[in-house]
Structures are given as structure tokens and as C-alpha cells.
Design a protein around this ligand. Structure first.
Ligand SMILES: O=C(O)CCC(=O)C(=O)O
Ligand SMILES: [Fe+2]
Length: 308
């Protein structure tokens, strides 16, 4: 017999998620074993993610939030009728404000993500010298559709595949603001992932004129999306979509194969602010698109043509 979840009704990429508790549930917090690295490694292997509730200093996270929002106020994407800290969208602002340069300029964001307690966490977790990408995916997600289901490897698979994503909320994220969700057990479904996850979003067939033209313009030849329909993906993979109400000070970390997506932002007028950053063993090869002073990212310079 199945029961209904205790979570409120949630929508992802425009699709209502099934409330059956075999299909949706809550992320498990690993805060109780935060210093037990062998147990955290075991959980990452088994569950594919670690949800570190309250691991970071809430006040420092809120300070970083303020520094992001003061830049957003200058970018004129916030409604000036409200305090900047409320992150209320201006009516005509684009739904997604993707702001890597704001992350680069903010000392408080840099220090939270790339020094101190978070960096120490990855150092202890890997138990050897580590490095991180220099590029930071800082996002303000406005009301509307969130992020569709994908794994991260197609976007960052030119080095190792054993690096980790850190998803980091700047502020509290109740359900209606649309936090991240992960698909339970999907990281082990290589039968379903193998034809998807090793495809690099910046590689293209240079003998196909349409693809070559798009790559020459620096456009996408493959968006890296696994699906536009979270309930259908769940039915295919099994497992549950797992999410929670995040709070400032939490982070969620997972590997390159884990299928994840976001709950839609149904707040009506508020931005959800978060970043994703990446960490790996220093001894392993790194994806050059994401390191250095001015990382190439998915630009034209990063496109990789081959005959296929
Ligand atoms: O924040 C989001 O909506 C997407 C984040 C994501 O895909 C990631 O952290 O890898
Ligand atoms: Fe992702």
C-alpha cells in the first residue's frame, strides 16, 4: 500500500509531481554525521548525495546574500518598492539571472565557497589535496519554470568524473521558492545513463553543416537536458524525487551522474538565489573550460568538432 507524501503539492518544469510517497520524499540530512568522513563517503556512494543541513554559518550566508542582492539592485532587476533583501523581481526582469561575474566580485561569496569550512569539508572528504573550478554558477531564479532534469557530467566531463557539485542556497528556500531536487538512486542507473551522460555539450559533428554553423556561433549543439518531464523521468528510473525546505547555512553535494532538477518557483514575485560550484582531487585531470582567469565555459572557444 502506498501513502500520500507529507510534502505539499510540488510542480517541476511545469509538471505536477505525483504525491505518492514511493515517488517523492524528503532529502535525508547528514548533519548528525558531519564529522564522520567514512560514514559520509559511504552515504555518498550509496545515496549519491549528502545534504549538510546547517553546516555553514547562517550569518555569513546572509551577508553573502546581501552582497548579491545589492548588485542585483544595481542591475535593475529588483522591484525598488521592496527592500533589496526581499529579492522581489521587477516585473519585466528576465526569469533567470545568471551571474557568474557577481560571484567573482563578491568577497563574501568567494570566501564561503572557496575557503574555510566548505573547502575543509571537501579536503577531509577526499582526504587529499583538492582544487575547485574558478567558475561559479550563481543563479537568481525568478517565478516560473525551474531547471529540467539533467546530470552535470555533460557540462563538465573533460577532466575527471569524480568531482562534486555543491548546491548552495543564499537564504531560506521554502517549497514555493523552488529548491533543488535529486532523483533517488539515479546515479547508479548506468543502464539508463550511459548513452546520455558521456555526451559533451560542447562537442559537435563538424561534418554536419547545421551543427557546425551553430558551434561556430558559440551556440548549443546539445543542451545537456535529459528530459523536460520530471514525472516521466521518475517513472523510467524508479526511485523518488527528493527535496526539502532549504535554509541559509545548508548545502547539498552530489556527484556527476546524479540526475537532478529544480522545483518550480511558485512564489509569484521572488527570486530564488543559489550557486553551484565544483570540487575535485588536485591529482585528477580538470576540465579546462572552468578554470583560469577567464574560463572559456561553453563559449565558441570551448567547442570541439569531430567527424561523426
Ligand atoms: O539551481 C538550479 O536550478 C540548478 C542547479 C544545478 O543544476 C546544479 O547545481 O548542478
Ligand atoms: Fe546541475
Amino acid at each position: 500500500m502506498s501513502a500520500q507524501t507529507e510534502l505539499p503539492p510540488l510542480v517541476s518544469y511545469g509538471h505536477a509531481l505525483d504525491g505518492d510517497d514511493r515517488k517523492i520524499g524528503r532529502l535525508r540530512s547528514s548533519a548528525d554525521v558531519a564529522d564522520d568522513m567514512p560514514e559520509l563517503r559511504r552515504r555518498l556512494e550509496e545515496d549519491g548525495y549528502l545534504y549538510m543541513k546547517g553546516y555553514l554559518d547562517r550569518d555569513k550566508v546572509l551577508e553573502a546574500r546581501r552582497s548579491i542582492l545589492s548588485e542585483m539592485a544595481e542591475m535593475d532587476v529588483l522591484d525598488p518598492a521592496f527592500p533589496a533583501d526581499d529579492a522581489i523581481c521587477k516585473a519585466d526582469a528576465a526569469t533567470l539571472q545568471f551571474m557568474p561575474e557577481v560571484a567573482d566580485r563578491s568577497d563574501s561569496v568567494q570566501s564561503l565557497l572557496y575557503s574555510g569550512r566548505l573547502l575543509d569539508f571537501y579536503r577531509k572528504f577526499y582526504d587529499e589535496p583538492i582544487r575547485h573550478y574558478d567558475f561559479t554558477w550563481l543563479r537568481a531564479m525568478g517565478p516560473g519554470k525551474g531547471t529540467n532534469p539533467h546530470s552535470d557530467l555533460p557540462y563538465m566531463g573533460r577532466g575527471t568524473d569524480r568531482h562534486m557539485t555543491c548546491w548552495f542556497p543564499y537564504g531560506d528556500i521554502p517549497f514555493d521558492l523552488g529548491g533543488l531536487m535529486i532523483l533517488e538512486g539515479s546515479h547508479k542507473r548506468m543502464d539508463l545513463l550511459k548513452n546520455y551522460v558521456y555526451r559533451d555539450v560542447d562537442s559537435y559533428c563538424e561534418n554536419k553543416p547545421e551543427q557546425k554553423k551553430r558551434a561556430d556561433e558559440g551556440g548549443w549543439t546539445f543542451t545537456g537536458t535529459l528530459s523536460h518531464n520530471p514525472p516521466v523521468v521518475r517513472n523510467k528510473f524508479g526511485g523518488r524525487w527528493l527535496t526539502t525546505e532549504f535554509e541559509a547555512g545548508d548545502f547539498l553535494t552530489f556527484g556527476m551522474f546524479m540526475v537532478h532538477a529544480a522545483v518550480d518557483n511558485c512564489s509569484g514575485n521572488q527570486f530564488r538565489i543559489s550557486s553551484d560550484s565544483r570540487y575535485q582531487r588536485a591529482s585528477e585531470p580538470i576540465d579546462e573550460r572552468w578554470v583560469g582567469e577567464n574560463p572559456a565555459g561553453h563559449s565558441k572557444a570551448a567547442k570541439n568538432g569531430r567527424v561523426c
